[in-house]
Design a protein around this ligand. Structure first.
Ligand code: NAI
Ligand code: MN
Ligand code: ZN
Length: 346
């Protein structure tokens, strides 16, 4: 059967307004001149999808088709895009940038002054079909499965923050948080950068077990015990720290624990203040980097996947049909013990 634009012939997961999620029949979207349309196969649920659902994302506008981690097959192209791309298996980079502002001109499209994130500022991948700029659709080699191709985007977050931090083998790394983001960072530090010692701190035992399965050399539960004391007792001063838990109290602690000349990476969006002193930072000449989304790091991550330097399967704990999206979002949100990455199949 031929699909006709204008008829209500696809299903999308729509957040109508904060708190109201519906599966809606929508008209098939038309790719703009420089866009491709993708028949979505798999899409991953991320914390930010839940935030948009609950109205906790300051950038989101409603109604919104959520989803920014997705894979599919190109089924239509705009007038400026080559027909040869039809049928291509692609993962979509959600970062849509202008290409000419200051950050774009210095290779930082992820903080473009007119940044649009697919699934946040514009409609996303929790849909039978989605449109995206052709240059955001990265070809996936045949030896990467459909499921794993949906995991490229979360690993680009780790690729981006580690590009700032420049890990080396002799680093003693400390990662706060063993959620999906912490686990992608662990895998990247171990599998790509061969960092010898990776320590992970979290408050959930099951997540710390996952951290070990993903390559952590040492894990620590800081629910009751003090990380500072445990490290001091062992004479350990981390040389590279990543905050993938993003509580505002963590940066001051990281600054205190860090070795002189250490690098610290943060990726949180909390607007709560925290207290830092110049002395604590400058006396050790610490470097503090922030990292947002990714700056054109899809090819790098696709290469890592193809060369088996990272293993997305280790993060995927659940898969649901998109019709079960409410259950899927619930499991993702409520069961942090058992649940890491949840994929929706379209
Ligand atoms: P998550 O909520 O699944 O994982 C966070 C983990 O940190 C949890 O396991 C929690 O138990 C642990 N945690 C919380 N406070 C802690 C503390 N004080 N000490 C030790 N562990 C603690 O979240 P996910 O998906 O892994 O993302 C992590 C953070 O990264 C989120 O805040 C998210 O907003 C942020 N993020 C930032 C991105 C960026 O581009 N800058 C992209 C994606 C996520
Ligand atoms: Mn995400
Ligand atoms: Zn720009």
């Amino acid at each position: 059967m031929e699909l006709v634009t204008g008829e209500l012939n696809m299903h999308s997961v729509v957040i109508e307004q904060p708190g109201e999620l519906v599966i809606q029949q929508r008209a098939l979207p038309h790719p703009a001149a420089d866009e491709v349309r993708v028949k979505v196969k798999f899409a991953g649920i991320c914390g930010s999808d839940v935030h948009i659902y609950h109205g906790h994302n300051p950038f989101a506008r409603y109604p919104r088709v959520i989803g920014h981690e997705f894979f599919g097959v190109i089924d239509a192209v705009g007038s400026e895009v080559s027909d040869r791309r039809l049928g291509e298996r692609v993962s979509i980079d959600p970062v849509v940038s202008c290409g000419h502002c200051y950050p774009c001109s210095v290779g930082r499209p992820n903080v473009c002054t007119s940044l649009q994130v697919i699934g946040v500022h514009r409609d996303g991948g929790f849909s039978d079909y989605a449109c995206a700029p052709a240059r955001n659709a990265y070809p996936i080699p045949d030896d990467i499965s459909d499921r794993h191709a949906a995991m490229v985007e979360p690993f680009t977050i780790a690729a981006n923050i580690t590009a700032h931090l420049q890990p080396c083998e002799q680093d003693v790394a400390l990662i706060y948080g063993a959620g999906p983001m912490g686990l992608t960072v662990i895998q990247t530090l171990k599998g790509v950068y061969n960092v010898r010692q990776v320590m992970v701190v979290d408050r959930i035992a099951e997540r710390l077990a996952m951290a070990q399965e993903n390559g952590a050399d040492w894990v620590f539960d800081n629910t009751q015990a003090s990380l500072a004391e445990a490290l001091a007792k062992r004479g350990i001063r981390p040389t590279l720290i990543v905050d993938a838990a993003c509580h505002p109290g963590i940066l001051p602690e990281a600054i205190q624990l860090a070795s002189p000349a250490a690098r610290i990476g943060i990726m949180g969006f909390s607007s709560d203040p925290c207290t830092l002193s110049q002395q604590a930072i400058t006396s050790k000449e610490l470097s503090i980097f922030s990292s947002r989304l990714n700056s054109a790091r899809f090819p790098q991550v696709i290469d890592w996947m193809r060369n088996r330097k990272i293993d997305p399967e280790k993060l995927i704990t659940h898969q649901f049909a998109y019709t079960q999206v409410v259950d899927a979002m619930n499991v993702f949100e409520k069961d942090q013990q058992q649940c890491c990455k949840v994929l929706l199949q379209f």
